[in-house]
Design a binder for this molecule. Structure first.
Ligand SMILES: CCCCC/C=C\C/C=C\CCCCCCCC(=O)SCCNC(=O)CCNC(=O)[C@H](O)C(C)(C)COP(=O)(O)OP(=O)(O)OC[C@H]1O[C@@H](n2cnc3c(N)ncnc32)[C@H](O)[C@@H]1OP(=O)(O)O
Ligand SMILES: CCCCCCCCCCCCCCCCCC(=O)OC[C@@H](O)COP(=O)(O)O
Length: 377
């Protein structure tokens, strides 16, 4: 292990990174809150400001992936489509198998200049995660309860609000609705069987309603669906804790651009189209397992310095007062102040650990875990 790698694996370094993330995140959340009156006066300006403020938070996590862990991300795509990435609105359909798949998604957003504005159809529980969830509120992220009776109107309304969004955005949709586990896979394949659909090996059966409602409400707003399939080299199982430890991974992403006009408007036909798409995605994963690469040419965009610059900016801004505070604390010699400060540090690190826990599959929800009564036709 090299000296740098040893340094990266030190708890103190990770604590400092988390402190910068936490403190800057709360400052940004506060600034976002201050933009509230602006929404009434100049909504488009408020949106543009929030895109930049959100970038300050999400790009720190991207910097951790790209610059701290040195994780490499390779893009397999058609060079003709490549020039359109970042220059149009798009719906991104991604497989949901890895704890850091959202972070790899963010990395590609960063490389194509749409990180601050990118959106997702997210489970409601994530809205309450401090910093990220609060940031999403100001980004007009679409939340769902994963209860169609309630979601059908709220999701459609939230999507319609994006029709005049002033910046290009990518809208991420995990059609599987939850992360892959062997049990969820087994149950969803029972559902597939009962519906007469072919079995999938690497994906859960996609939930089609969210896709249909998204496509219908973003017609005329988004130009295409980016069908994206992600995998990691050497059967790695990447985690956010691994990233913080400085572990380097290698992500491969295969993206196909599908113009929105090609997607059927009728709900049943749209659902059948999505099922076919997932069968194709499954075959790409099979190809990856067998050959170690996706089909198609590699056109990888280089990482940009902005996420690193943003990170260094916040680190300089926040580490200096922290150092002063520590010096004052130690020189004060007050046991009570030291104990209280240690307790605050402990609470903050427990809070960050809880946030990291939100990304862990073994702490995931029970959605898709329950056997459903099947009507075999
Ligand atoms: C490459 C570049 C990347 C770019 C990245 C861009 C942006 C990044 C931005 C942000 C990154 C942050 C990432 C944060 C991640 C957070 C993500 C999440 O929170 S994922 C969870 C929430 N999202 C979804 O669930 C979306 C998919 N779900 C749907 O679309 C659902 O339909 C729904 C709208 C949520 C409604 O769900 P509900 O369960 O109520 O209804 P359904 O109709 O779906 O379910 C009933 C239906 O399903 C059948 N069924 C039953 N059991 C199963 C099962 N186990 N598997 C599959 N199907 C099942 C059942 O028979 C019913 O069938 P039918 O429709 O025929 O009646
Ligand atoms: C600079 C780096 C500092 C890092 C330290 C702090 C890290 C804090 C990280 C908080 C991240 C919170 C964002 C959570 C995004 C989780 C995405 C996700 O994958 O959600 C799962 C859902 O899709 C499905 O849920 P399940 O039904 O599988 O359950």
């Amino acid at each position: 292990m090299g000296l740098l790698q040893l340094l990266k694996s030190q708890f103190l370094c990770q604590l400092i990174i988390c402190y910068v993330f936490l403190a800057s995140g709360l400052i940004v959340n506060l600034l976002q809150l201050c933009t509230s009156p602006l929404w009434l006066i100049n909504k488009q300006l408020a949106r543009r400001l929030n895109v930049r403020l959100a970038y300050c938070i999400s790009s720190q996590m991207v910097a951790a992936l790209e610059w701290w862990s040195g994780t490499e991300c390779t893009l397999y795509t058609d060079p003709k489509s490549y020039s359109l990435y970042g220059n149009e609105n798009a719906i991104v359909v991604l497989n949901h198998m890895f704890e850091i798949d959202f972070l790899c998604g963010w990395t590609f957003c960063e490389r194509f200049g749409v990180l601050g504005s990118s959106k997702v159809l997210a489970k409601k529980e994530l809205a309450y995660v401090p910093i990220i969830g609060w940031m999403w509120y100001f980004l007009e992220i679409v939340f769902c309860k994963r209860k169609w009776e309630e979601d059908r109107t709220t999701v459609a309304q939230s999507l319609q609000r994006l029709q005049d969004y002033p910046e290009n955005f990518w809208f991420l949709l995990y059609c599987e609705g939850t992360r892959f586990t062997p049990k969820k896979h087994q149950i969803s394949m029972q559902v597939a069987e009962s519906k007469g659909l072919p079995k999938l090996k690497y994906h859960l059966l996609p939930r089609t309603k969210g896709f249909w409602v998204t496509v219908q409400n973003l017609r005329g707003t988004a130009a295409a669906v980016y069908d994206s399939t992600l995998n990691f080299r050497n059967n790695e199982v990447p985690t956010l804790l691994g990233i913080l430890n400085g572990k380097k991974y290698h992500a491969d992403l295969y993206v196909r651009r599908i113009p929105l006009e090609l997607i059927p408007e009728d709900e049943a036909e749209c659902a059948a189209w999505l099922h076919k798409l997932y069968q194709e995605k499954d075959s790409f994963q099979e190809h990856y397992t067998e050959t170690g690469c996706f089909p198609g040419p590699i056109v990888s965009p280089a990482r940009r310095p902005w996420s690193l610059i943003n990170w260094l900016f916040w680190s300089c801004l926040l580490l200096y007062p922290l150092a002063l505070l520590l010096i004052q604390l130690i020189s004060s010699g007050s046991v009570l102040t030291i104990v209280v400060s240690a307790a605050i540090c402990y609470a903050a690190s427990a809070g960050v650990r809880w946030m990291i826990g939100q990304t862990e599959i073994n702490r995931g929800s029970n959605y898709g875990n329950k056997e459903v009564p099947l009507n075999k036709n």
